[in-house]
Design a protein around this ligand. Structure first.
Ligand code: AMP
Ligand code: MG
Length: 489
């Protein structure tokens, strides 16, 4: 593997050169063949001793020096001036055949200058969860960091209990967070903020290179990407769980999978994260929190927006004000398409959004409802039973379905083509919490990674019917229900 390192062209305050700490007995538990191919990497290399040595931190490539990135952040609304990669090392960047650069990062490779009291390690549980989640999200078409490989270290880590250790080999177009901008802006280092902005523009927004109002234009694009991301999450019932500004990417990727979860029943107030006592990061709070995070980013950019601070605030506020509308349109259109209706017709949007209310009032399973809807005929009949029985009051669904069918008459679309279009956007399978938990339990208790592999395989084709795996399509039995998810760092 040949890597470059462009982040080190930034001043030294942006990172700390750090060597990984070797582990006793590393072995691969997963290698992501599909991603290796997509990135134009040499698959044969991953079978070499060097690959395991490099990706488990026994040795480093001659071409690059690993670094830990510096960042700060607002955690649960509270300012924390220094966070940084406490258990992650950026090995360098891989360039794919199209010329795109991808960060290759080891998560859990040992302490860094930013580790504070942490051990710099990761339990195998969060490694399995992040591997499964990031690949499931990618298969759903949702912007995300990726998992290139997962490694068992042969060591243990002390968490709530003693657990086996792991390393995730993470791939991302960028690991820059809102918190990276905050780290410099809040120290008054405006030149560094400008340098970081230009780094981002050169790498991810090349059409803005050298434009005079690039800070504002860039900010506008971050707002658009974030609105789209949160909308995409919410269309599949995803709850990030810890949307601190240090876990919020400025290129609009999902990053830092911790105590995330997916909704079974559509209950918009749902919080799974065991550390989120106030429900700050509940499913339905995510758009407001994204807007709050973007305001923190706006504060960092003020000196670059205008010389006069009042004027800069005015410009930033105007741009920020676009967020709620961008989110609303993206989400409403998405939900409308998920019901097979036409987002350009206001009546259709109203009816489609009404389904969310009926689902919420009747604790209907979100994934099964949308998937089931795609198979329903233009006329009510016995076929409706699969969907109506998901609702506490099936007649509430019948009433909604009446409005839906009235809208369908506007479209004159045959059932097979509607089913095909709806199945292409309504997954049959998502990473339900109880499925992730099974894979994690097997990994932690028995170092058994077969459940993880089977689940990853299933979720790599989320839109395909896979009748042999029907039992993984639905919600958990009462005794399998997972009500709390953990960072488990
Ligand atoms: P997170 O909640 O995973 O986003 O992490 C918040 C901060 O804690 C980041 O600066 C992490 O790098 C750091 N951190 C989390 N776990 C560890 C660990 N085991 N050792 C050192 N630092 C950690
Ligand atoms: Mg984080």
């Amino acid at each position: 593997m040949r890597l470059t390192q462009t982040y080190t062209q930034l001043p030294a305050a942006f990172y700390a050169k750090t060597q990984p700490t070797p582990v006793v007995d590393p072995s691969f538990i997963a290698i992501n063949d599909r991603l290796i191919k997509a990135l134009g990497m040499d698959r044969a290399w991953f079978d070499s001793d060097q690959a395991l040595a490099v990706l488990s931190g026994q040795t480093t490539l001659k071409s690059t020096t690993p670094i830990a990135q510096a960042y700060a952040g607002h955690q649960f609304g509270h300012w924390v001036p220094i966070l940084g990669d406490g258990r992650a090392l950026l090995l360098g960047e891989h360039t794919d055949p199209s010329g795109n650069r991808w960060d290759i990062q080891l998560k859990g490779a040992g302490p860094t200058p930013f580790s504070r009291n942490g051990d710099g390690r990761s339990s195998i549980g969060p490694v399995v969860r992040e591997y499964l989640a990031s690949e499931a999200m990618a298969a759903l078409g949702i912007p995300t960091t990726r998992a290139l490989a997962a490694i068992s270290t042969g060591e243990t880590v002390q968490r709530q209990e003693i657990e086996p250790g792991g390393i995730l080999v993470r791939v991302a177009q960028s690991h820059v967070r809102i918190g990276t901008f905050e780290f410099f802006a809040r120290q008054g280092l405006n030149d560094a903020v400008a340098q970081l902005l230009d780094y981002q523009i050169e790498r991810h927004h090349p059409h803005l290179i050298g434009t005079p109002d690039r800070a504002l234009k860039w900010f506008g694009e971050v707002i658009e990407r974030t609105a789209h991301l949160v909308s995409a999450w919410m269309q599949v019932g995803f709850i990030h769980g810890v949307m601190n500004t240090d876990n919020c990417s400025v290129i609009g990727d999902t990053i830092d999978y911790g105590p995330f979860g997916f909704l079974d029943s559509f209950v918009p107030e749902t919080v799974y994260s065991s550390i989120d006592h106030q429900g700050r990061y509940a499913y339905n709070q995510q758009p407001a929190i994204a807007a709050w995070n973007l305001s923190r980013l706006a504060e960092c950019l003020l000196p670059l927006l205008a010389k006069d601070s009042e004027e800069a605030i005015e410009i930033a506020t105007q741009t920020l004000n676009a967020f709620p509308g961008l989110f609303k349109t993206d989400f409403e259109h998405g939900i409308t398409r998920k019901t097979g209706l036409d987002p350009s017709q206001p009546k259709h949007v109203e009816v489609a959004m009404g389904l969310l209310d009926v689902m919420a009032q009747n604790t209907a399973d979100m994934t099964l409802t949308f998937r089931g809807l795609g198979a329903l005929d233009d006329q009510p009949g016995t076929g409706d039973e699969t969907v109506r029985q998901l609702f506490d009051d099936p007649q509430a669904f019948d009433r909604w379905a009446g409005q839906w069918r009235a809208c369908l008459t506007d479209l004159s679309q045959e059932l097979p083509s509607r089913t095909e279009a709806m199945n292409a956007i309504n997954p049959a399978f998502i990473l339900r919490n109880h499925l992730a938990q099974r894979a994690v339990d097997a990994a932690i208790e028995d170092l058994d990674f077969e459940p993880m592999r089977r689940l990853q395989n299933l979720l790599s084709r989320p839109f395909d019917d896979q009748p042999e795996h029907d039992k993984w399509a639905g919600p958990p039995a009462p005794d399998q229900r997972v009500t709390a998810t953990f960072c488990g760092t």
